[in-house]
Design a protein around this ligand. Structure first.
Ligand code: NAD
Length: 553
């Protein structure tokens, strides 16, 4: 197969006119294209959406073939995508998913980066991350609410409900990590965010996710200290390598209140930059001697995590933010790496027990007014949901949309279906100018097995049990999601996670209403069931109250 090298500039179609034979297919087409919009993707010319090398399609030939297939796909057909390549179309029925996707899955014994890279080099696989290869990434805003929520929970737990006058130090301002500065300032805190690539910081300045860029640590600390003294929220992006800068912060005895990290440590070859290298030198070594690169990269992670541990010992709240840095540092010799707790057991699991997770929707019209209307709808439907109300008040108009306008709101079991059905009604009544794609991150309550992140320290020790995400994907297929995906390695890297995704389209039709009612209840419902099975009381209470049938409870 020929591999096309020229990269087109992609932007999803807007408006109410179909380019496909139905809105289910059209939504998949627009969301795939939106993932690669230069305003959304981190490296669109390489088809990289976010998270190291998380791609939307395997190569440009595959991308164009997927687009062609979606355009001709009938309303009783299903397209199969295998690691970013369209491999078959089968006859199904009008309630079936229009697309089924499997990305980066490897048999257990071979489930490591080395084998994956070999297959990737041969053009046989791609890395789908979580929402890159499943076409429901919505830019940094997608993670913004989750990050906001995590920092809010941390503030509740440790700092009396606010980060005012507190200094948070973190690393990485990429696709996901770029949400950190704004999430801290939305919680009234001060944040120093260390990022090795100045263009990433610039991007966050341009989209108003970060307030200022500092060239030196002295300048950064001066700005942070002044803001902390005055109780003023401020985010500072500092150009530097975490493994260089964090030990300096330790040596200077800076009082840090919380420390975490979102460099792409889950991928030691393509995601993390070792200390002592410029970006160009790193790119050179990555190509010329990948083994040496990984050795240096994981050695730098040891220095990085040791500095986080030193800050923890000096009184900072430290937590791992889902990039698997502890494991790589541990394997390279940092014996205490797991003294740093993971963010899910610390702050997110109680929400998972209620079936709450990163629910999101995309206005396929491209019209921001459609998101305004759905924001109002959420406020009308959930007046008592304090966090949602606070979030929407903060989010509306505060930051620029990237690509197709979208919104994320963590919603629990019952509320997701309620919101989805109400959005479908708005489309039917013409109050929205085009249909809405309703999806979620794979980082959700019942859709992922990831022992160093979503399923870390489960009550019953079932951290590595991966039956649940498989059941989730199968259930969403049986429930008629518009497209369903099953991936390996997202977030924490090859060998460390298995996870599933779904997107369901609200096009105002009766067909969509039935899809929505089933999927948006069953999808979080299996999350509640998973946590009931592991013995969580909040999940048992949720199941009882919401009438979720659990045979052996
Ligand atoms: P990304 O690849 O887009 O960005 C990573 C950034 O880290 C890049 O800008 C890179 O220049 C920078 N970087 C790499 N090495 C560095 C170093 N040594 N010092 C300073 N900066 C360095 O990735 P992303 O989408 O932002 O995701 C970041 C990590 O967070 C990934 O591991 C991802 O899996 C994880 N993640 C966490 C969550 C969550 O909810 N906690 C969600 C998604 C992803």
């Amino acid at each position: 197969m020929s591999v096309m090298t020229t990269a087109p500039v992609i932007r999803a179609p807007r408006g109410g006119k179909l380019n496909c034979k139905g809105w289910q297919q059209e939504a998949a087409l627009r969301c795939l294209m939106n993932n690669l919009d230069p305003a959304v993707a981190e490296r669109p010319s390489d088809l990289v959406v976010y998270g190291g090398i998380g791609r939307a399609a395997r190569n440009w030939d595959c991308y164009h073939a997927i687009v062609r297939e979606l355009q001709s796909l009938g309303n009783e057909e299903t397209l199969l995508v295998q690691s970013g390549k369209p491999v078959a179309v089968f006859p199904t029925h009008d309630m079936a998913p229009r697309v089924i996707i499997a990305n980066s899955n490897l048999v257990g014994k071979w489930a490591n980066w080395e084998h994956f890279h070999e297959l990737d080099r041969k053009g046989l696989m791609m890395y789908g991350q979580m929402t890159a290869g499943s076409w429901i990434y919505i830019g940094t805003q997608g993670i913004l609410q989750g990050t906001f929520q995590t920092f809010a929970s941390m503030a509740d737990r440790h700092f009396g409900g606010s980060l005012k006058g507190k200094l948070v130090v973190t690393g990485g301002m990429g696709g996901m990590g770029g949400a950190q500065p704004l999430s801290v300032t939305l919680n009234d805190g001060v944040v120093l965010c260390i990022e090795v690539d100045p263009t990433r910081i610039q991007r966050r300045l341009d989209t108003r996710y970060c307030d200022v860029l500092a060239e030196t640590l002295d300048q950064a600390l001066e700005l942070c200290e002044a803001a902390r003294r005055e109780g003023r929220a401020l985010s500072v992006g500092l150009v530097g390598n975490c493994a260089d800068v964090l030990p300096q912060i330790v040596r200077r005895g800076v009082q840090v209140d919380a420390v975490t990290d979102q460099t792409s440590a889950h991928d030691p070859l393509n995601g993390y930059v070792p200390q002592g290298f410029t970006l160009e030198q790193a790119a050179e070594l990555r190509k010329s001697d990948p083994e040496e690169y990984v050795r240096r990269s994981t050695a730098s992670m040891v220095v990085h995590v040791n500095a986080m541990l030193a800050l923890q010992r000096a009184g900072a709240v430290a937590f791992d933010y889902g990039n698997n840095i502890r494991r790589f540092a541990f394997d390279a010799g940092c014996a205490d790496a797991f003294d740093i707790p993971g963010f899910v057991p610390e702050y997110i699991r109680p929400l998972f027990c209620e079936g709450a997770g990163p629910f999101r929707w995309v206005a396929l019209s491209g019209d921001p007014k459609d998101i305004d209307r759905t924001d109002e709808l959420a406020l009308e439907l959930f007046p008592d949901n304090e966090i949602l109300n606070r979030w929407l008040r903060l989010a509306r108009g505060r930051f620029a949309f990237q690509g197709l306008p979208a919104r994320i709101c963590w919603l629990g079991y019952g509320d997701r279906a309620k919101m989805g059905e109400a959005m479908n009604d708005l489309v039917r009544k013409g109050e929205l100018s085009a249909p809405v794609a309703i999806g979620r991150d794979h980082l959700d309550t019942g859709s992922v097995a990831s022992p160093y992140r979503e399923t870390e320290k489960m009550l019953d020790g079932s951290d590595a049990v991966a039956d649940w995400p498989i059941l989730n994907a199968l259930l969403n297929t049986a429930s008629s999601a518009s497209w369903v995906s099953f991936h390996h390695g997202g977030g924490v890297g090859m060998g460390y996670s298995l996870h599933a995704g779904q997107v369901t389209v609200a096009d105002g039709s009766e067909n969509a209403s039935r899809r929505i009612a089933r999927v948006l209840n069953n999808d979080p419902g299996i999350g509640v069931a998973r946590h009931v099975d592991a013995g969580y009381d909040i999940a048992k209470k949720t199941a009882r109250e919401k009438g979720i049938r659990i045979p052996m409870e």
